[in-house]
Design a protein around this ligand. Structure first.
Ligand code: GDP
Ligand code: MN
Length: 349
């Protein structure tokens, strides 16, 4: 699960990583209230789960309440790479002297954690990696040994961070590593990690991906899950425990298994159609699951037809067929349904 920047910063703060005071807002009035609390000048930042918000006009500096209102009005409702902005984060503006980059993620093939640190932050790290790969200092961390302060000190020196802030940066990196491991993250990234004009090292942005497999030991993640999507169809599907992703077309798709669901999107597209969604009902295709899937697809006004594509392996096709019949008795379906049933007990189905 990816977090919004403001949630990532709240997560960082729990582990002692310095972030700017601020507040989240869904209206211009709320943005002004958040700015008053944070103290002027402020930055008004679009909260969407894609990068490049700065370039897209989703980040604006504001020195007065009028400027905050204007910035929030402009940013709320705008689309950045197809992500509609529903919230802004308003934080006290920082005076930036230098921008660095820092992250931890998994290096799966080598079975280690990978730290990346660069004195050239602020720009997209993919760009630095492509044009100036030596500017990124990589650190492989044995997950059993972890990251100690001595190693972090050598790392910041090797990355040639400003000597005056190396001790602060080393200690921040240890905190960030703790956040990554104890916080059960797949990725933590700070870009830019700044040095302020008065010499403080500080996270100006936050990108956090939580490891969903650890959800069971983090009841506090429920609040993040609640804001995970603004798509009412996805919200509805989540409440029903379905793996569903909303798309823009008009053919509702139900398939069992992620691979078959993906292939179904492909063939619908190859036939000149356009899928309204991805929906994997998994192995258990009983009446409850089918009814839930049909309900979600039926609620999508764009859907004009439904394609159910089931391959019976362990799943028995006759069970699926019965599930569909039971579901049809419970839900009134507005669109015609096309079924493809293959595999175990397909003829009975
Ligand atoms: P991104 O474009 O989505 O990665 O958003 P960031 O949060 O990284 O912000 C992009 C850029 O906006 C930063 O690299 C800064 O140059 C600028 N910016 C963000 N916050 C501040 C701030 O508090 N003060 C100043 N002066 N610039 C800021
Ligand atoms: Mn950034």
């Amino acid at each position: 699960m990816d977090l919004f920047e403001y949630q990532g910063k709240q997560y960082f703060a729990r582990f002692g990583i310095p972030v700017s005071p601020g507040g989240v807002a869904v209206t211009p009035d709320e943005a002004v209230a958040a700015a008053e609390a944070a103290g002027y000048p402020v930055v008004v930042k679009a909260q969407v789960k894609v990068g490049g918000r700065g370039k897209a006009g989703g980040i604006k500096l504001a020195g007065t309440s009028d400027e905050v209102r204007a910035a929030a009005t402009a940013i709320l409702g705008m689309a950045i790479k197809d992500h509609v902005v529903r919230r802004v984060w308003v934080e006290h503006a920082s005076d930036i002297a230098t921008e660095y980059y820092a992250s931890f993620t998994l290096d799966r093939p080598n079975k280690v954690h990978l730290g990346m640190l660069s004195a050239e932050g602020g720009v997209e790290i993919e760009e630095v990696a492509a044009t100036n790969p030596d500017a990124i200092t990589r650190l492989a961390i044995d997950p059993v040994r972890g990251l100690d302060l001595e190693t972090a000190r050598r790392w910041v020196a090797e990355a040639e961070l400003d000597a005056a802030v190396r001790e602060q940066a080393a200690s921040l990196l240890c905190d960030l590593y703790r956040c990554y491991v104890e916080g059960d993250c797949d990725l933590v990234e700070i870009n830019p990690l700044i040095v302020t004009t008065d010499g403080r090292v500080h996270a100006l942005d936050a990108k956090v991906t939580l490891d969903d497999n650890a959800r069971f030991r983090h009841p506090e993640w429920d609040e993040f899950a609640a804001t995970e999507t603004d798509d009412p169809r996805e919200q509805m599907a989540r409440e029903r425990g379905l793996t569903y992703i909303g798309l823009d077309g008009n053919v509702g798709i139900i398939a069992n298994g992620a691979g078959l669901a993906m292939s179904t999107l492909d063939v619908v597209s190859q036939a000149g159609g356009s899928a309204a969604n991805f929906l994997d009902i998994g192995g258990g295709a009983n009446a409850d699951v089918m009814a839930a899937a049909l309900e979600v697809i039926n609620a999508d006004e764009k859907v004009t037809s439904i394609f159910v594509n089931i391959f019976g392996g362990i799943t028995r096709v006759d069970d699926v067929a019965q599930g569909i019949l039971d579901a049809l008795a419970r839900v009134h379906i507005a669109s015609p349904i096309v079924l493809r049933l293959a595999g175990t007990n397909a003829e009975d189905g």
